[in-house]
Each structure stands twice: as structure tokens, then as C-alpha cells.
Design a binder for this molecule. Structure first.
Ligand SMILES: N[C@@H](CCC(=O)N[C@@H](CS)C(=O)NCC(=O)O)C(=O)O
Length: 214
């Protein structure tokens, strides 16, 4: 199967998909979309890759897939091994709930376009940072007891799941924004455990072809 991922090194939604691809052992071509330069708004990209002006887009044998959670679920269905969802419905619901906290409730409030809109509305850098931290801390406060109850090394159980695909990029973002992770020991421990896994290391922003080092 031919796979091409349209991605930006530091963006967390494509990072989720990179983790999923690496966990499934799938090779893919990497096409950088420079979000700071505004590549996501290019007419051709919007027309053919992501009508929402967002990353990621995954092209699989000519079919264009968007929305990181939908892509991860598609990967799970088309490449079931190793499984990234538990075998039982209750376990799957718990993993999807953890992924949802990140992908549906934390990240959309802190995305680049939201930051840009806050700037347009006159919010200064300190205000934007406080906004971002607020929503990360809010989400992590909910994730902490979930991971503490169900994590056994990874966020849920003893092996990586879709929850880790979402959690690790969000912890990366939290560290960028200097969120104090001390109140979230289970979240932090699960992220540290996952980051030691080779698939998570391969997907890390610093290891992408478009990574910019300070
Ligand atoms: N719900 C979408 C969110 C995608 C998204 O927000 N992507 C961000 C990067 S993490 C983006 O491309 N932002 C560009 C912008 O805000 O202009 C998904 O999970 O794929």
C-alpha cells in the first residue's frame, strides 16, 4: 500500500498519526506542510488534501483521509496488528474516551488558528499562554484519574493504544507551553514510558525531515 502523510513536524494531530503508522510498522512518504508559512491555506492543498486547511492528510493508494482519529481508526481496521484498541468493548470505550479528551476537548481550543484568532482579538502573548495552559490543565485533570485507574505502563494497559497516540503529542505540547506536570504523575509516567518505545521515538517532532532546531 502506498502511503503519503502531509504533516508538520511540531503539530500534534499529524504527530498522532505518525505514531500510529510507526506502531503498525508502515512506511510512508512525508510531505511537509509548513503551518507557520501558511502552506495549509494553499489552494491546491485545500482542494485536494484537506478542505479544513488543517494537517494531517493521509493519502492511501490515492484515497485522501483526514481527521487524525478517523485515520487512526482506519489504520486499526486495515492493519489490525499490533492492535491499538483493547479486545473488549468496555476497554475500547475507555481508550476512545482518553483519546477524545485530548483530540476533541484540549487540542481544538489551542490550535494555531485559535491562537491566531486570539491575537486578532487583542489577546497578548501572556494571555494566549494562560489560555493554552488552562485547557491543557483542565484536560489533564480529567485524564489523570483515567490513566491512574487503567494504565499499566501505557495510558491503558500494558501495550500502546490510541490513547497513547494522542497523549504523547499533547504532553509534548504541554512541555512546550511549560505546563507544570507535577499534578499529573500518571499522565507524565505514561508519556515517559511511551516515549521510550521506538515507534514513538521515530514519530517525535525532532526526528521529522522538516524539523527546525533552535
Ligand atoms: N481534528 C483535527 C485537527 C487538525 C488540526 O487542528 N491540525 C492542526 C495541527 S495540530 C493544523 O493543521 N492547524 C493549522 C492551523 O490552525 O492553521 C484532526 O485531529 O486531524
Amino acid at each position: 500500500m502506498s502511503l503519503t502523510l502531509h504533516s508538520y513536524w511540531r503539530a500534534t494531530a499529524p504527530y498522532r498519526v505518525r505514531i500510529g503508522l510507526a506502531l503498525k510498522g508502515l512506511d510512508y512518504a512525508y510531505v511537509p506542510v509548513n503551518l507557520i508559512a501558511g502552506d495549509q491555506h494553499a489552494a491546491d492543498y485545500v482542494a485536494t488534501r484537506n478542505a479544513q486547511h488543517l494537517t494531517p492528510a493521509l493519502v492511501a493508494d490515492g484515497e485522501v483521509l483526514t481527521q487524525s482519529l478517523a485515520i487512526l481508526e482506519w489504520l486499526e481496521e486495515t492493519h489490525p496488528q499490533p492492535p491499538l484498541l483493547p479486545a473488549d468493548p468496555l476497554g475500547r470505550a475507555r481508550v476512545r474516551a482518553m483519546a477524545g479528551v485530548v483530540a476533541c476537548d484540549i487540542h481544538p481550543l489551542n490550535n494555531l488558528r485559535v491562537q491566531q484568532q486570539l491575537t486578532r482579538l487583542g489577546v497578548d502573548e501572556a494571555g494566549r499562554e494562560a489560555w493554552t495552559k488552562r485547557w491543557i490543565e483542565d484536560g489533564f485533570s480529567a485524564l489523570e484519574p483515567m490513566v491512574a485507574a487503567h494504565g499499566r505502563g501505557f495510558a491503558f494497559g500494558e501495550t500502546p493504544t490510541l490513547a497513547d497516540c494522542c497523549l504523547v503529542p499533547q504532553v509534548y505540547s504541554a512541555e512546550r507551553y511549560k505546563v507544570d506536570l507535577a499534578p499529573f504523575p500518571a499522565v507524565r509516567a505514561a508519556a515517559e514510558r511511551a516515549r521510550a518505545h521506538p515507534a514513538f521515538a521515530a514519530a517525535h517532532p525532532d526526528n521529522q525531515p522538516d524539523a527546525v532546531r533552535a
